[in-house]
Design a protein around this ligand. Structure first.
Ligand code: CP
Length: 384
């Protein structure tokens, strides 16, 4: 009998005498061995089929064992709108619950059924790449149906009001609405009108809670703890919802926050928070473990004059030289989208020994999976 080992002790291919077809023997710990025909006489095809079967069976077991929709979570909310409303314990719980999805997202086959039959709408009234696609990936990996409403082609162009659009979608009985809009506080208003859960995916310069949660998850994974960490948030603080949500969440978790930016871009509401404010990168980066760079939010700087980009980069853009003002092994973060050469040096942004930017994107999927699972589970129990 011809025998080929694919995964030690777990997966073999073999051919019986007088048969051209490869057979698969699959043995998982504490399970009976399974023998399945690959239905192929070609070794490479049979290998591929065997690996697919192995992944599928592994996934089935992990679905049954590890990831089940919980009945009750210590966090009871059905909306995720303001970071301010999340307690330290709730943030820690959301982070903890994301870890199973980090593991899940490393599997070859990333499909679960825990949100099968659930309907989620992406309502993006402002441009997005990361947040919109990340929610779409998260929802689909959990088995939900996600509808991207093409708002640029919607009846809003024919004069329909936002309220009418929302009322129309609400009548389709969705489970979650994910809303990005330039108006501050709009997600909160929508949550009072609809029967579904509402997630704020960015409202003007105010809040972007899932961005701050994914940043916190990235930091937790890298450093293990938030205690004694010093995090610099640098750049256009005035127009940044990411800055506001991150200050709220990271300081609640126990980190010290340094805010660095031009004087005219440090707003009064930030000055009243428990942060240290600097207008100079050399001073502000001293002792920092993480340097979080922000994009100049050109779309919100309508009436004011934009700074000269070269001058801005020299003063506030992050390059290797300025990064050396921080701790020796400090890491760089950026929520994206990046303006290379304006707030960050291109080479540094791509340097995976210093930059966590791609890791932030991966963590975004995991945290959003946890958020969707928890909010929908809460909606089933408590209603909205
Ligand atoms: N970080 C972030 O919100 O990116 P997008 O605008 O691409 O969604």
């Amino acid at each position: 009998m011809k025998k080929i080992l694919l995964i030690e002790n777990h997966l073999h291919l073999y051919k019986r005498e007088n048969s051209k077809i490869w057979q698969i023997k699959l043995k998982l710990p504490n399970k009976k061995a399974l023998r399945i025909s690959s239905k192929s006489s070609i070794l490479e095809d049979a290998k591929q089929i065997a690996i697919q079967k192995y992944d599928l069976i592994n996934l089935k077991i992990s679905n049954n064992k590890d990831i089940k929709i919980k009945k009750k979570h210590p966090i009871k909310t059905t909306h995720l709108i303001n970071s301010k409303k999340l307690s330290k314990k709730e943030i820690e719980y959301l982070i903890k619950e994301s870890y199973k999805y980090i593991k899940f997202n490393k599997q070859k086959i990333k499909k679960n059924k825990i949100l099968e039959g659930r309907t989620i709408f992406n309502l993006f009234f402002e441009d997005s790449t990361r947040t919109r696609t990340s929610f779409e990936v998260a929802a689909k990996r959990l088995g939900a149906d996600l509808i991207n409403v093409a708002l640029k082609d919607s009846s809003i162009n024919k004069g329909e009001t936002l309220l009418d659009t929302i009322t129309t979608i609400n009548s389709m009985d969705p489970d979650v609405l994910i809303v990005r809009h330039p108006e501050e506080g709009i997600s909160e208003k929508i949550s009072k009108l609809v029967k579904s859960c509402v997630i704020n995916a960015g409202d003007g310069s105010r809040e972007h809670p899932t961005q701050a949660l994914l940043d916190a998850l990235t930091i937790k994974k890298k450093f293990g703890s938030f205690k004694n960490l010093r995090i610099a948030i640098c750049g256009d603080i005035m127009h940044s919802r990411v800055a506001r949500s991150n200050i709220e969440i990271l300081s609640k978790l126990g980190s010290n926050i340094n805010i660095i930016g031009p004087k005219e871009w440090i707003p009064n509401d930030i000055k009243n928070l428990e942060v240290n404010i600097y207008n100079n990168m050399k001073e502000g980066l001293k002792g920092c473990d993480i340097v979080m760079m922000l994009r100049i939010q050109k779309e919100r700087i309508v009436e004011k004059i934009m700074p000269n980009e070269k001058k801005y980069f020299n003063q506030f853009g992050l390059d290797y030289k300025k990064l050396a003002y921080a701790k020796k092994n400090a890491f760089v973060m950026h929520p994206g989208p990046m303006n290379r050469g304006v707030e960050i040096e291109s080479k540094l942004a791509d340097d995976i020994t210093r930059s966590l930017i791609q890791e932030q994107v991966a963590m975004g999927v995991a945290i959003r999976m946890a958020c969707l699972e928890i909010l929908i589970s809460n909606k089933d129990i408590y209603g909205t």
